[in-house]
Write a protein that binds this ligand. Structure first.
Ligand SMILES: *Cc1c(COP(=O)(O)O)cnc(C)c1O
Length: 558
């Protein structure tokens, strides 16, 4: 049976479909929607045997080919893109499973260059951008620079996403990347990871006297400035970019093949627990399930910013008023909103001004989850009466979703009703994990006897706590908790949990901090300190004019 060629359409409507290439380069649809595939492809019948012994890149090639027609990327090119992307991973299995209990495993997603899971998607996306631009520019072209299509990636970060984006785009021809962050407000290790990258096309921009929101709003302003945007062809590597979700589907399959045979034979009892912020990671797991990967439930593990946990429990999607924490010091700005380019400016934001709570797992400190809209579309589709043609059903689901999104924008909340809640419950469970529980979980895994000691980062700890609680719902299951960062990246929570009073033998530097990260301390940092939006604009203009702008210039090098 031949399947129709895969195209992409916006969750918010319009009958227009885009090629994979256009969907990736566009990021967010002009109507504010997110791109999703025109259909869920079917797996080859014998995938369970045929794919069983494939390497991660080989597996990736098989799965990605289902969503990327060869007319968009020929097979040999796709293979090369994937091989290059994952050659930077330190572990031979790319995303290895580590056993932590009799029927429990942790999947370590942080063996890429920046020691956090966003590398899995951003290493691939960076290669993809390079490939599309090189092809547009013609590999053999000899024309002047003006003729070439250039991409200027501008993003804001409070730490982690910035480094993953920089490592994904460093040294890529025709791409320049500017990462903005609040001067003095990111952790030393995060700044070192960004600022020690020596490549000419990388600009670390420390915005003076700012916070994360200021940086984010500068980025939004630049994207919505039509003249500036088209002059420099701004590109965003949003967490809502379809290619990022796609790349992440692969490791769910990889996990399945790494499980022992007896677990695979009981596929209906495999459960995944996923530390969740913007709903990208776990949405990829949902697509894996829809493709036909045997699994039972996906556990949405949130920290105290629990909008998603509340949705799965109540059917209501609402940002809560959190007055009591409004005044808290928020030097850990919401990581998930980082490197978002124009996207968040057009995402629905609640009219009541709530704020994000700063937790020990800052990469999941969110108000609204941008990728959640994709699931909402499918829930709208599933709970509609499907009477019409495929196109009619799609249009009906888009209408329903639009209704929900405008209600959310207007009132800061939307009640999706019992039917939708139940449909969501078929695939998802959810758990909210407090800061105290997060620290307790870190301690618990450090004290594991048979399978430990194992030091986990606070995000992974949230996932593990959610696993533990969900086990009551499904005894005799096989549990895989996704580990999204190496503990060295979130040292403050780890050191707080494993403090020297209670754990005199624990030494962060000697047991947790990898040599590669220690080395960063001695490398030269290249930071461009600027003031405000004008400073950022001026820097980008000068660089794009071909001026050589020296890091630290005029402001004292760091
Ligand atoms: C981004 C991130 C998450 C959240 O992933 P989403 O795809 O946004 O749900 C969790 N942990 C870490 C360490 C992250 O960087």
């Amino acid at each position: 049976m031949t399947q129709p060629e895969m195209r992409y359409f916006s969750t918010r409507g319009g009958s227009e479909t885009l090629s994979f290439e256009d969907a990736v380069l566009t990021g967010l649809a002009p109507n504010g929607g997110l791109y999703i595939p025109t259909h869920i492809p079917s797996l080859p019948e014998d995938w369970q045997t045929k794919w069983a012994s494939l390497s991660f890149p080989e597996l990736s090639k098989e799965i990605l080919s289902l969503f990327i027609p060869t007319s968009v990327i020929p097979s040999t090119d796709l293979k090369e893109i994937i091989n290059t992307a994952y050659s930077s991973f330190r572990d031979p299995s790319t995303t290895p499973l580590r056993q932590t209990g009799e029927k429990e495993w942790v999947m370590e997603l942080w063996h890429g260059p920046t020691w956090a899971f966003k590398d899995v998607a951003l290493q691939f996306l960076g290669e993809l951008f390079r490939y599309f631009l090189e092809r547009r520019n013609g590999v053999l072209e000899k024309d002047g620079k003006e003729e070439r299509e250039q991409l200027t990636v501008v993003g804001a970060t409070s730490g982690d996403t910035g480094s993953a984006a920089i490592y994904g785009l460093r040294s890529k021809p025709s791409i320049t990347i500017f990462i903005l962050y609040p001067d003095g407000r990111v952790s030393p290790i995060q700044e070192a990871q960004m600022a020690t990258v020596p490549d000419e096309n990388v600009y670390c921009v420390a915005v003076q006297d700012s916070d994360f929101d200021t940086c984010q709003s500068i980025v939004k302003t630049l994207f919505s400035d039509k003249e500036f945007n088209s002059a420099h062809r701004l590109g965003a590597i949003n967490s809502i970019n379809w290619a990022r979700i796609l790349a992440q589907i692969v490791y769910y399959f990889s996990a399945y093949f790494q499980l022992p045979k007896e677990a695979r034979e009981q596929g209906s009892r495999i459960q995944f627990s996923v530390p969740t912020g913007n709903f990208g990671d776990i949405l990829a797991g949902w697509f894996a399930k829809k493709l036909g990967l045997p699994m039972d439930h996906l556990v949405v593990a949130t920290n105290e910013n629990d909008i998603l946990e509340r949705f799965f429990r109540t059917g209501r999607y609402e940002a809560e008023e959190v007055d009591d924490i409004k005044d808290q010091n928020q030097d850990q700005a919401p990581e998930t909103a980082a490197v978002n380019g124009s996207s968040d400016g057009q995402q629905a934001t609640p009219s009541s001004a709530s704020s994000v709570k700063a937790t020990h797992s800052p990469a999941m400190d969110i108000l609204l989850s941008s990728n959640f809209e994709r699931l909402l579309y499918y829930l709208a589709l599933e709970t509609n009466e499907s009477t019409g043609s495929e196109e009619e059903n799609r249009a009906k689901a888009q209408d329903k979703l639009n209704g929900w999104m405008s209600e959310l924008k207007k009132n800061g909340k939307v009640d999706l009703g019992e039917k939708v809640k139940q449909a969501a419950g078929n695939d998802f469970w959810s758990e909210r994990v407090s800061d105290d529980q997060t620290l307790a979980e870190i301690r618990k895994y450090y004290k594991l006897s048979q399978y430990g000691p194992y030091v986990v980062d606070p995000h992974t700890a949230v996932g593990l706590a959610a696993t533990e609680r969900s086990q009551k719902k499904a005894p005799n299951s096989y549990w895989i908790t996704l580990s999204t960062a190496h503990p060295a990246k979130f040292s403050s929570a780890v050191e707080l949990a494993l403090n020297s009073e209670q754990f005199p033998d624990f030494n962060f530097r000697s047991t947790v901090l990898p040599e590669e990260l220690k080395k960063l301390e001695s490398l030269e940092k290249r930071v461009h300190k600027v003031k405000g939006e004008e400073g950022v604009r001026a820097l980008i203009e000068r660089v794009k004019k071909g001026e050589k702008v020296v890091p630290g210039e005029g402001k004292g090098s760091i």
